[in-house]
Design a protein around this ligand. Structure first.
Ligand code: ATP
Ligand code: MG
Length: 442
């Protein structure tokens, strides 16, 4: 059964001893029933924020206008929120107005899904008014109350439904998914930041392919229409056995759950439909699609307000995912130099996942080649061979002091020229040799 951590029990008991109600609630109860370690324990109470603050020596006003106080116990924080009824949600993380209520039932009613609307304390045991435990058994995501009403209050819940389905491997209950089909357009009002957060959680989940449910219920049509085009684009060539969209879903399943990698797979072929041409035999070709996909990925990531680091990693992985590298040291060094030392190791994961999601046509040969490139790469790294300007045996300062060069663009050009020179043959990476080469190159 549910085991409250000692500190959570202490907080609940302190509140109850003062004459109020208190329960652990929401995700932590769901995860406990599932036998998973909850990320955090949320507490819900009939006490007002002011009353909670009086009971504990150290509290922080986290979201006091929404009823949330963080209780600190030995440097660990626990969110304690007063029972509330939510008004209509505005475009933010919280409802526009909340009303406190003395009723636990009212507080549970405002929660999104039955599996997230259970409460527990040691005295009352599990409070499960909406059949959350049954829905966990049946593996379904079901709205608390009337789905259309609930999605009408907060459109983000539609994405949360798909996200939880991906995290838990559950289906979305029929009426709940029907309501999403009817109300998906409301997602236009939701902020990019909130959509981004849910999309990342779904992409990182054990079932990223459940993005298909977002497509089937019309969610992607609103937040990621480029993906809908992929779902409708066939690939009639020997390399593929799925539509572009299905291949994308499969490739996400095939890669580790890391943010940059999962997002790279989501976008790696996003521009393919734009590059489709047919030859006289009716075979589909997609010339230049990685560059088009990278450009589109950048636009989408910006639209969804992703940070610059994510945009940098994902667009570069997309851009180079199909880059052809010969498994020979000089070519691999050149590729690292061009693609970047930070991107390069991730590129193997992307390429391997892409292959696993393609048809079996020539797969063994392609995988063999990739393995060979990887071995050469490892050799280069273990020998610390020069692949970037910072690895050169001379610095810009050396060129100014020893070769009479001036600071400025010429200096940068020269360093790049030396890098090319060394990448061709690592034994050239010696100070004397390079200073001599500078004189010749000038
Ligand atoms: P996780 O933290 O693993 O993402 P969670 O269920 O804890 O999952 P949170 O976003 O932390 O989700 O929210 C905590 C609880 O608050 C939920 O379990 C749910 O009861 C309620 N909740 C959160 N967001 C909403 C929402 N948009 N609409 C209704 N209830 C919500
Ligand atoms: Mg949570």
């Amino acid at each position: 059964m549910i085991q409250l951590p000692e500190k959570v029990r202490r907080i609940i008991n302190t509140i109850m001893e003062a004459g109020y109600e208190a329960y652990a609630v929401g995700g932590c109860i769901r995860d406990s029933i599932l036998g998973r370690e909850p990320d955090d324990w949320d507490i819900t109470t009939s006490a007002t924020p002011g009353q909670v603050k009086e009971l504990f020596s150290h509290t922080i006003d986290t979201g006091i206008q929404h009823g949330t106080v963080t209780v600190m116990l030995e440097r660990e924080g626990f969110e304690v929120t007063t029972y509330r009824i939510d008004g209509k949600y505005e475009d933010g993380r919280h409802p526009k107005e909340v009303t406190f209520t003395p009723s636990l039932l009212e507080d549970l009613k405002r929660r999104d899904f039955t599996i997230n609307a259970m409460a527990y304390n040691d005295e009352a045991g599990l409070v499960d008014v909406f059949g959350g435990e049954d829905d966990i058994k049946r593996k379904v995501i079901r709205c608390v109350g009337e789905p259309k009403e609930r999605f009408g209050e907060d459109a983000l819940r539609m994405m949360r439904a798909v996200r939880f389905s991906g995290q838990l491997g559950y289906e979305i209950e029929v009426n709940t998914s029907k309501a999403i089909r009817e109300l998906n357009h409301n997602l236009i009002q939701v902020s990019a930041e909130r959509i981004q957060m849910e999309l990342v959680k779904l992409a990182m989940s054990p079932h990223p392919e459940n993005l298909r449910l977002a497509y089937e219920t019309g969610i992607t049509q609103v937040i990621l229409p480029e993906f809908d085009v992929c779902m409708k684009t066939e690939q009639k060539n020997p390399h593929h056995c799925y539509t572009v969209g299905e291949h994308i879903l499969k490739s996400m399943e095939e890669i580790k759950p890391e943010k940059m990698l999962r997002l790279a797979m989501l976008f790696h072929d996003i521009g393919k439909p734009k590059t489709l041409t047919l030859d006289e035999k009716g075979v589909h070709h997609f010339h230049g699609h990685p560059a088009v996909s990278a450009k589109m990925a950048r636009g989408i990531l910006k639209r969804l307000k992703f940070d610059n680091q994510t945009i940098y990693f994902v667009t570069n992985l997309v851009k180079y995912h199909d880059y052809n590298i010969k498994p020979e040291p000089m070519y691999v060094r050149r590729a690292i130099m061009k693609i970047g030392e930070d991107i390069f190791p991730l590129l193997f994961e992307v390429k391997a996942a892409d292959l696993r999601a393609q048809s079996t046509y020539m797969r063994r040969e392609k995988e063999e080649k990739l393995k060979n490139v990887y071995e050469v790469y490892q050799q280069i790294i273990s020998e610390r061979q020069c692949v970037s300007i910072k690895d050169l045996a001379v610095t810009g300062k050396d060129l100014m002091e020893e070769a009479g060069m001036q600071a400025g663009p010429e200096l940068g050009k020269m360093l790049n020229r030396l890098l090319d020179f060394v990448v061709e043959d690592p034994s050239r990476n010696e100070r004397e040799i390079l200073l001599k080469a500078v004189k010749e190159f000038k």
